[in-house]
Every structure is written in structure tokens, then in C-alpha cells.
Ligand binder design. Sequence first.
Ligand code: AMP
Length: 239
Amino acid sequence: MAVEGNSVALPQFLKKIELIKQGAEARVYRGSFLGKPTIVKERFPKLYRHPLLDEKLTHRRTVQEVRSILRCRKAGISAPVVYFVDYTSHCIFLEDIVGSITVRDHIAFTQLSSAQKIPEERLDQLAKKMGQILAKMHDEDVVHGDLTTSNMLLKAGTESGETELVLIDFGLSYISALPEDKGVDMYVLEKAFLSTHPNTEALFEKLLKAYAASSKKSHAVIKKLDEVRLRGRKRSMVG
Ligand code: AMP
């Protein structure tokens, strides 16, 4: 089905494709657009918010998501291609990374299937790659805002045979040069990583080591990360 340049055709189009996720802020669909496997992210109105404020916030998030993806892609960081954006219905049409799995599932499967071996060793290369890509993203002043192992996809490489790491879900991202913002970004990832994947402290350290080695600006970010960790610890001691 074609999506024409009017706001009537889009809701009809969305009804005909598969809903894969209903979130608090957005619905995610999977379908075909202009013959290509496509993911559609639709930000719907939040009725508890004042309509004007809601419209403004939703518009801003859509713009920020597209801007961050484009900025990453321009710098050679893998993120889905943006096919089409509709600012009336707040829909983003993105390349569907076909045949990919989330880093979360990959780590979980590797940990399960390597009970005899030390799983970290098998995941070393992945941790290194994650650290390098995140350093590159931060060097572009893109702060992701929701770094988790579910928001990174692994795609089997076509020519090189190497797997590609693709960053997704830039819905909470923004542009900032501040080491504090980047430090918090890494702290969010650390919390998510260690709570999702047990016994991976050493693996996460490798990620941070690769991050530090890949960026000239990383020193200030790691310093901020240490400060944020300390703040977090103090808060949990107070209760
Ligand atoms: P999101 O709300 O953007 O995190 O998307 C929800 C889920 O849809 C993700 O956890 C992925 O499994 C999947 N997904 C989102 N974007 C893509 C994409 N571009 N290609 C393939 N799968 C995706």
C-alpha cells in the first residue's frame, strides 16, 4: 500500500501492518514501505498532557530522533536508514534491520551456551566494538539517552563476514558536548548492562577500556561517570 502525502492515508497504512510493540510513548510497527522492509515508529498523543504542550514535546522528540540518527550515519556509525518522516502523525519510517538480534539476546545466549568456558572471553570482541562505537557517537556529541543492550542490534555482515553493531531507538537522544551528559549516558548503560547480564563486571570494564582508548575526549567523560556512580552509591546508602 502506498502512503500518499496526506494525513488520512497514514492511519490506514498503519492498520494494515503488524504492531510489534506498544510502548508508553510510541507504537512500533513492522511492514513494507516502497517495497522495503520497514519499521514505523508512531508517537501518539498523550491525553493527560495539555494538547499544545503534547504536540510540542512529541514534535521535538521526533525531530531529535531523526537528527541523531542522521548525525550518526553521517559519521559512519550504523543506525537504521530514515526512509520517511511525517510530522503530522509523528511517524518515522526506518530501515528494518532484517535478520538481526539484540545484543541483549546475544549475550544471554552466549552466557547460556558456554557454561564450561568463561563466557566473557567469547564476548570480548563485542564489548570492544560497543565501546568503540559509543566513543565515536559521543565524539559526534550525540547522547543516546536510553543505552541498553536491547537498543543495539547485531546484524550478520554481508561482504566482510563480520557482524555489524547497529544502534537503535534514539527517541530520548539529544545533542550535547557536555562530558556530564555523556557520563550519565554511560552510567545508564552500566546499570542496564549489569542488571540484565549477571556476572559481567569484567566484560563491562572491557567496554569502558575500549571507550577510553577510542576517544580523546573520554577522560572527562569517565571522570564524570565515576562521579555519577559515587552519587548513585551515596543515594542508595541514604535510602
Ligand atoms: P524501539 O521502541 O525503537 O526500541 O523498538 C522496539 C523493538 O523493535 C526493538 O527492541 C527491536 O527489537 C525492534 N526494532 C526497532 N527498530 C528496529 C529496526 N530498525 N530494525 C529491526 N528491529 C527493530
